[in-house]
Design a protein around this ligand. Structure first.
Ligand SMILES: C[S@@+](CC[C@H](N)C(=O)[O-])C[C@H]1O[C@@H](n2cnc3c(N)ncnc32)[C@H](O)[C@@H]1O
Length: 264
């Protein structure tokens, strides 16, 4: 399999890492590069579109042994999203205590294991908003963890879209593993081509993409519905909110420097 390697100056490593999470990588390893530079090695899927890599840093692909690239799986653990909500990596044994809801997720080559702060924040917000029978749109669904979660929480249906082709089989498999497959429709449809409106629209994508998608995010929220955005930093997201006006912020949840903002 191939890995994406991005070379940056040490002070840019965090910013570059955030950009890579937003592209849909599932893990990032920092290695020492030449001349004090930092190399960020990521497990981006083989079918990730090259058009996604509009990075302001030098990057290259490296072919690596699949077994080496997958070592992170040995260290995966169930993620406690809330005291009664766990995302379980599908290959990790877990005896759920009574009353705990478990989402079984196999990310494959997509983003969305459930351990990133923005996924955790988005899941919490979606869970708070889901009313029985509601409809959900998950923009940038990755592994489908948010769409699957929404249906497990009681949504009648969820549509997931992503530019990464791997998101389609992965979300489908995760929907099946969690018993909600009939309620989930996933595709690589452009958000601009998604028709209709939804009670909840959730988009956990980096700020520049949220700004670019702002008109369609607003358009797809049903009257009285809610938009949840994440993938944005607590310290720098005002410009995203400005792009989404006249929608107004009704809730901001913060974790580890990231936020999820709910707007209506
Ligand atoms: C941070 S991941 C979120 C994955 C998952 N929803 C979660 O919360 O863990 C962002 C996802 O957005 C996708 N993406 C990026 N730009 C997009 C666009 N313009 N339209 C749809 N999906 C996009 C990426 O491929 C990636 O899967």
């Amino acid at each position: 399999m191939r890995q994406l390697v991005v070379t940056v100056e040490p002070h840019e490593a965090e910013l570059a890492g955030d950009a890579l999470w937003g592209l849909g990588v599932v893990a990032i390893e920092e290695r020492e590069g030449v001349g004090g530079a930092v190399e960020l090695w990521t497990s981006l899927g083989d079918d990730a579109p090259e058009t996604a890599f509009q990075l302001p840093w030098p990057w290259r692909f490296v072919e690596v042994d699949e077994a080496v690239a997958e070592t992170w799986r040995q260290f995966a653990e169930p993620i406690w999203v809330q005291p009664d909500l766990v995302v379980r990596p599908a290959w990790v044994p877990f005896d759920a205590p009574a009353g705990v809801t478990v989402l079984h997720i196999e990310p494959g080559a997509t983003f969305g294991m459930g351990d990133h702060p923005t996924t955790i924040l988005s899941l919490r917000a979606v869970r708070r908003l889901v009313a029985p029978g509601c409809s959900v749109l998950d923009v940038g669904c990755g592994s489908g963890v948010l769409a699957v979660g929404a249906c497990v929480f009681g949504a009648a249906s969820a549509v997931g879209v992503d530019i990464a082709p791997a998101a389609v089989p992965t979300t489908t498999a995760n929907a099946m593993a969690n018993g909600v497959a009939p309620r989930i429709d996933v595709s690589t449809t452009d958000l601009a081509d998604v028709a209709g409106t939804f009670d909840i629209v959730v988009a956990n994508i980096l700020a520049p993409t949220l700004v670019a998608l702002a008109d369609d995010l607003r358009r797809t929220v049903a009257p009285g519905g809610a938009l949840v955005i994440s993938g944005i930093l607590a310290a720098a997201h005002e410009h995203v909110l400005a792009a989404l006006a006249p929608m107004r912020v009704v809730e901001t949840d913060e974790f580890d420097g990231w936020v999820a903002v709910t707007l209506r």
